[in-house]
Design a protein around this ligand. Structure first.
Ligand code: NDP
Length: 499
């Protein structure tokens, strides 16, 4: 089991199998968003640390054993990591809650998901994906094989730190890649814990390296370099553009999981109570800090007033509080700075003429004043052109638009530069199928919202990104495909016949 001391005390950069301090000696305080207290002080890498981490991963890939280790051995490491994560479930969940603010219940779900992701990729790697190709010539053995892509840079955001990093590390390890992980500067603690467990599982030096720092400091050393073969990034679209630009300079492979502005469409034939519940949860879980949050309600005009009224009652009833308090149903925003951005969006909504139904303020409970809490907020009578409708606010803000025809609902559902996820609630199976196929989003939930499984692909259309995580495609991201053609009976070809 990990101890708090192991977790919080530097050194906590991990380079070439050693826990080291940042070369420049810098550290960063990590703050609990529920009360503003400092919960840990971690090493803050600079460019030189990032360069060293990439060099360690490069050497481990080019001259180390890992890419050439039999898949059965790599699988054993993944299963060992899963077991260690499971054994440390309570500790990991507590760390995630202290660092991100999310409720303990959510953190437990994240840890359990991460355990299943490591196990899923162990089993998928065991199945193998190589294939024989029939060339029609019995003397030729033609094989298509999968090989590790090489050195991977894995960059994760602050809202699901452990989960998003594990969606990358597990398939990268299964594929035989080496890697440098960079968590968000705001929430690095669970990634440090994960890497400590990877170290404990005995993964060879240089295979997994960890640097924490701001993206601005180490970003170019990690992404603007010919020494990296793949950058897998989860985060905002603006950062995704920078990373894709850096990758383009070196023709580095890039996988981008970016933001979303996800519609949730409700028809009058849907079950009313479960629809209200799903819209509420989809919008306000983790205080809306979810890439797939259903923050854009598109509801039929005939029921909109009743639906919004019911939603407002439920939203006012949500218990906002510290994630460690079992009574809390949602926690704070990740930082004071992030709350300021959410507040700016609320101001924009009001200035733009949307009708504020509930929320739009910080809670007035004196016990919550030191944290970065914000109340669940609903804006009705929104227009599709409003910035709060089109932009990812990444906070507890639900916008409501109304429609009258199916065509209008579909057009609104696709009226976004993003395309990560969408939900539809209807009792009509034919309509459900039409919308499932018509919506240009990477995931479409029908009469459900927010669920996923490690075995099904996750990712977005449009500005929500490039590539897929989870499922077989999530492993393929970390693999190169090679065609091997073996002629077992070489003979003169006979193409040039004049001499
Ligand atoms: P950011 O884009 O700000 O940051 C994401 C990560 O990128 C952080 O680790 C950050 O470092 C790092 N970073 C920042 N600049 C650079 C750079 N120039 N080079 C390399 N790395 C850099 O996103 P947030 O952390 O604010 O996360 C929220 C965003 O993530 C939302 O848009 C959300 O939708 C998206 N997201 C998408 C998911 C999906 O599955 N599609 C899932 C979860 C979130 P640091 O913070 O340390 O500076």
């Amino acid at each position: 089991m990990l101890t708090d001391d192991e977790l919080c005390c530097p050194p906590n950069l991990y380079i070439d199998g050693k826990w080291v301090n940042a070369l420049g000696g810098a550290t960063r305080d990590i703050v609990n968003p529920a009360d503003g207290t400092v919960i840990a002080t971690v090493d803050e890498a600079d460019r030189a640390d990032a360069v060293a981490a990439v060099a360690a991963a490069r050497a481990a890939f080019d001259t180390g054993d890992w890419p050439r280790t039999p898949v059965a051995e790599r699988i054993a490491y993944l299963l060992r990591i899963a077991d260690l994560l499971e054994a440390d479930r309570d500790h990991l969940a507590r760390i995630e809650t202290l660092d991100t603010g999310k409720t303990l219940r959510e953190s437990y779900i994240d840890v359990d998901d991460v355990v299943s992701v490591f196990r899923y990729y162990a089993h998928l790697a065991a199945a193998g994906a190589d294939r024989l190709v029939d060339t029609g010539d019995p003397a030729v053995i033609s094989r298509v094989v999968r090989e590790p892509v090489g050195v991977c840079v894995l960059v994760a955001p602050w809202n699901y730190p452990l989960l998003q990093m594990s969606w990358k590390i597990a398939p990268a390890l299964a594929a035989g890649c080496t890697m440098v992980a960079k968590p968000s500067e705001v929430t690095p603690l669970s990634t440090i814990a994960l890497v400590r467990l990877i170290d404990r599982a005995g993964v060879p030096p240089g295979v997994v390296n960890l640097v924490q720092s701001s993206g601005a400091t180490v970003g170019s050393a990690l992404t603007d370099t010919p020494d990296v073969d793949l950058i897998s990034f989860t985060g905002g679209a603006a950062t995704g553009e920078v990373i894709a630009g850096n990758a383009a300079k070196h023709i580095t492979r890039v996988a981008l999981e970016l933001g979303g502005k996800n519609p949730h469409i409700v028809f009058p034939d849907a079950d009313f109570d479960s629809a209200v519940d799903a819209v509420l949860t989809g919008a306000f879980l983790h205080s809306g800090q979810v890439c797939s949050a259903g923050t854009r309600l598109i509801v039929h005009e005939s029921m909109a007033d009743e639906f919004v009224a019911a939603l407002a009652v439920r939203a006012r009833g949500i218990t906002v509080g510290p994630g460690l308090d079992p009574a809390s149903e949602t926690g704070p925003l990740v930082s004071q700075a992030h709350r300021a951005k959410v507040e700016a969006y609320v101001a924009l909504g009001i200035a733009g003429g949307a009708r504020l139904v509930t929320g739009g303020a910080r809670p007035d409970d004196p016990a919550l004043q030191a944290g970065s809490f914000y109340l669940p907020t609903i804006f009705d009578h929104c227009q599709r052109s409003m910035r709060i409708v089109q932009e990812e606010t990444f906070g507890p803000i639900l916008t409501v638009e109304r429609f009258t025809t199916d065509a209008e609902a579909l057009a609104l559902g696709n009226d976004t530069a993003y395309g990560l996820a969408a939900g539809v609630r209807t009792a009509d199976p034919a309509r459900a199928e039409r919308f499932a196929r018509g919506l240009r989003h990477g995931t479409v939930w029908l009469n459900d919202f927010g669920y996923y499984t490690p075995a099904a692909e996750w990712g977005g259309f449009g500005r929500s990104g490039i590539g897929r995580e989870l499922g077989p495609s999530g492993l393929a991201e970390y693999q190169e495909t090679k065609h091997i053609w073996l002629n077992t009976a070489p003979a003169v070809g006979g193409w040039f016949t004049h001499n």
